[in-house]
Design a protein around this ligand. Sequence first.
Ligand SMILES: Nc1ncnc2c1ncn2[C@@H]1O[C@H](COP(=O)(O)OP(=O)(O)O)[C@@H](O)[C@H]1O
Ligand SMILES: [Mg+2]
Length: 365
Amino acid sequence: MYITKIYLKNFRNYSEQTVDLNENVNIIYGKNAQGKTNLIESVFLCSTGRSHRTIKDNELIMEGKNSFSVRIEGMKDDLPFDISIHYEKSGKKLIKVNGLKIRKFGEMIGVLNTVIFSPDDLQIVKKGPAERRRFLDILISQTNPSYFYNLQKYQKTIKQKNALLRKFDKAAGGIELLHVFNQKQAEIGSRIIQERIEFINEIKEKIQENHSKLTKNKEIIEIKNISSAGRESQEESALFKFLDNNTKNEIRNQACLYGPHRDDMEIYVNNSDLRSFGSQGQQRTAVLSLKLTEIQLIREKTGHSPVLLLDDVMSELDISRKRYLLDNIDTRQTLITGTEKRTYSAFEYKTTYLHVINGTVEEIL
Ligand SMILES: Nc1ncnc2c1ncn2[C@@H]1O[C@H](COP(=O)(O)OP(=O)(O)O)[C@@H](O)[C@H]1O
Ligand SMILES: [Mg+2]
């Protein structure tokens, strides 16, 4: 699958811009703060429905404007496809796939698959559980729309339960109501946990394979799901019981404290926690292993090679890791950003050079 055209209007620092891409390598270059990452972000947005750097859609609207539009055209299995997103300051979002308005957000998942490599990736290992959950959720959603639906349903339930906990009133049947919410939370939550565990099991070997190659067999990498609601929380009845047994804590804290929205994914390298004990180099390598696994997984599950978005990463990797990355890129479409117009010798493919200056993109022949 590949993108042929990106159209932006009032998106970040782009007032109006059309960018044509070729199906192989696209080098997007320019000085800092010109709009290279913004362009990558618009592609990621059309792929997953969200930005990779902010959860606030309003930040994506050009300062002083009231809405933005992004449209992506591409080819998949020799057929054209397009995705467009129009977003207004009020929060209204209109998404169209192949010209048709979608009713549910999940319907756009899987239309355009991308894998992004960015310097922020390191936060997956460095920062708190929220970053890791987000990474895992986006990853699973890309190949499993039903997971995405469950997540949305779950988040809605948590929101409602939180509202109840904030204004908890025992006299008005609060306990009974909480019991009903717990049941619902357990039903959907256990499925989410189950899917995460299954997913982690599924990618185990692939990650290790990539990691072994990157570390010349020196490191063992392991990923574990860390449950906030007991060891058996992937089972509905166990999760339900756990929630009901802990209502006091939730009432006292006025918030949902247990379940997949509070779980973590721990990454171990040679049996020690990567987040606390890994060196920067080890953390970087682990992220690269994860990302390479993501590419393989998407390719296997969908039959399509995802579009690769390499934002500012070429300058950060050492030669052997860069080599490994490039060797695994094949012929799929790649968008590479950097500060200089340069060719990557490993690519023998058609290359398009796009120069970004202050929110405008110009193709340089
Ligand atoms: N909502 C917005 N409205 C206008 N300009 C924005 C908005 N968000 C970011 N920018 C501008 O975009 C530029 C950063 O773009 P970015 O793509 O991150 O740069 P780089 O080329 O270094 O990757 C900055 O100049 C920033 O002020
Ligand atoms: Mg950038």
